[in-house]
Design a protein around this ligand. Structure first.
Ligand code: AMP
Length: 125
């Protein structure tokens, strides 16, 4: 089912420069920036610059160039999370989608989390 993209979502506003962000990496197609409410010592969001709502929207519609660029940036952020000081190695990548996935911002993003032991993947129930 196609998605309607809301151009007023907060990440679209960040991409237009209307709202500041703490950028970690920026490329032609991708922006990585610190989450405003970090849930781990490293909590970086990776977003495509194109108007995609969620993972399957991006995977289905983005160009090969966008998809490669996005994942190369994500890999660099994962390396940062993996090498965080005073933490066991490793990291977690999460992408929430829709109501069931409790997605707050309807612009596709990965959460890259690390810098501490992160616990189990899902809360029970
Ligand atoms: P999700 O629930 O997967 O849509 O996650 C949205 C994430 O965006 C949350 O972790 C928020 O803390 C984060 N967030 C919301 N507004 C901003 C902002 N202005 N700058 C950085 N992160 C934000």
């Amino acid at each position: 089912m196609p998605y309607d993209y809301d151009p007023q979502n907060i990440f679209a506003r960040i991409l237009r420069g209307e709202i500041p962000n703490k950028t970690v990496i920026e490329t032609a197609h991708t922006l990585a920036f610190h989450d405003i409410a970090p849930q781990a010592p490293v909590h970086v969001l990776v977003i495509p610059k194109g108007a995609y709502v969620c993972f399957d929207d991006f995977a289905a519609r983005a160009s090969a160039e966008e998809i490669v660029d996005f994942h190369r940036v994500a890999a660099q952020i994962c390396e940062i999370a993996d090498g965080a000081e005073n933490s066991p190695r490793g990291y977690r990548v999460i992408s929430n989608a829709g109501v069931a996935g409790v997605q707050e911002v309807p612009h596709y993003h990965l959460h890259v989390l690390g810098g501490r032991a992160l616990g189990r993947m899902l809360a029970q129930g």
